[in-house]
Design a protein around this ligand. Structure first.
Ligand code: G1P
Length: 271
C-alpha cells in the first residue's frame, strides 16, 4: 500500500515573479483556494496518510499557514463564525497529516526527495510536484491502482509538442501495455528537441521505490546544475526497475508559469 507522499516546496518560484518575491507560490489562491490544498485533497482521496513537505527557511510561510492555531482560536472565541470554525477544522485535518523537512538550498527535485529518506517507511511512496494540478480525475489514485496491478513504479505522462520537449522529462517506450500505460525504456531530463527520444513528457506525479535513495545519494548535478529525480529514475531503469508511464485522464493545469496560473483559476471556476 502507498501511504506516504512527498511534496517538494522549496523552489524559488521565479517563473511567478513578482508574486513570489514575498509569497510562497503554493499558497497563491486558485479560484479562492491555495494551490497546495488541491494537492493535499488529491492525496487524501487517494488514501495517503502522511505527507512530507520539503520546505526551506524562505518558505516558512507554508508551515505558518498550517500552524496558526492561536490566531484561529482567538478569532473563533470573538466572532463565533461557523465559516471560520469550518476553515480551521479543515486546516487541522491537513496539519495532522503533514510532516516538515528542510532543504535549505534549492538543489533540485532529486535533492528534495533525498532529504526525506529517513522518514520513508514502505517500499514505494508517492511524489507530487505542486506546480502541476490535475483536475477532474484523481491522477494519484489511478497511478496507485496501476502500481498495485503491475507492482511497479509509475510516472504520470502526457504527449507534448515536439518543440516543447526541452521543458520536460521525456521518455521513450519499451512496451505498450494498453492505450494509457507504457513500460519505459529510458528517460531524459529536458532534452534538446533535436535529440529527444519522443514527445512523451513526465508530469509531476511519481510512484517511486525506496531504492531510489541509493541512487540519489551518489548522484552528481545534471541539467542546469540541479540534482534531478529524472536522472535517478534513469539509473533505476538501467538496473531493471520497472517504470510505467501512465497517460492520465484528468485535465492538466500548469500552475508554475504566470500564464498557466491565471488559466488554472478560469478552468477550475468552470467546474
Ligand atoms: C520537473 C521535472 C521534469 C518534469 C516536470 C513536470 O521539472 O524535472 O522532468 O517533466 O517537473 O512538471 P520542473 O517543472 O521542476 O522544471
Amino acid at each position: 500500500m502507498i501511504k506516504q507522499a512527498i511534496i517538494p516546496l522549496a523552489g524559488l518560484g521565479t517563473r511567478l515573479l513578482p508574486l513570489t518575491s514575498v509569497f510562497a507560490k503554493e499558497l497563491l489562491p486558485i479560484n479562492g483556494k491555495p494551490g497546495i490544498e488541491y494537492i493535499l485533497d488529491e492525496c487524501i482521496e487517494a488514501g495517503i496518510k502522511e505527507v512530507i513537505f520539503v520546505i526551506s527557511k524562505k518558505k516558512i510561510m507554508i508551515k505558518n499557514y498550517f500552524y496558526n492555531d492561536k490566531f484561529y482560536k482567538d478569532i473563533i472565541k470573538k466572532k463565533k463564525d461557523p465559516r471560520i470554525v469550518n476553515e480551521y477544522k479543515k486546516i487541522l485535518k491537513y496539519k495532522k497529516m503533514i510532516k516538515f523537512v528542510f532543504q535549505d538550498k534549492p538543489l533540485g527535485t532529486g535533492d528534495a526527495v533525498l532529504k526525506t529518506m529517513r522518514f520513508i517507511k514502505d517500499k514505494y511512496f508517492l511524489m507530487l510536484l505542486p506546480d502541476d494540478l490535475i483536475i477532474k480525475k484523481n491522477c494519484s489514485k489511478s497511478m496507485i491502482a496501476i502500481h498495485k496491478k503491475f507492482n511497479s513504479s509509475v510516472m504520470a505522462s502526457m504527449s507534448v509538442h515536439k518543440k516543447e520537449v526541452a521543458r520536460w522529462g521525456i521518455y521513450n517506450v519499451k512496451k505498450k501495455i494498453d492505450n494509457a500505460n507504457f513500460i519505459i525504456k529510458s528517460v531524459v531530463e529536458k532534452p534538446n528537441p533535436k535529440h529527444a527520444p519522443s514527445n512523451k513528457a513526465v508530469i509531476g506525479r511519481y510512484i517511486l521505490p525506496k531504492t531510489i535513495f541509493n541512487k540519489l545519494k551518489n548522484l552528481k548535478p545534471g541539467k542546469g546544475g540541479e540534482i534531478h529525480i529524472t536522472d535517478a529514475i534513469e539509473l533505476l531503469i538501467n538496473d531493471n526497475e520497472k517504470f510505467i508511464g501512465h497517460k492520465f485522464f484528468g485535465k492538466y493545469l500548469d500552475c508554475g508559469t504566470m500564464k498557466g496560473y491565471i488559466n488554472s483559476t478560469m478552468e477550475i471556476a468552470k467546474i
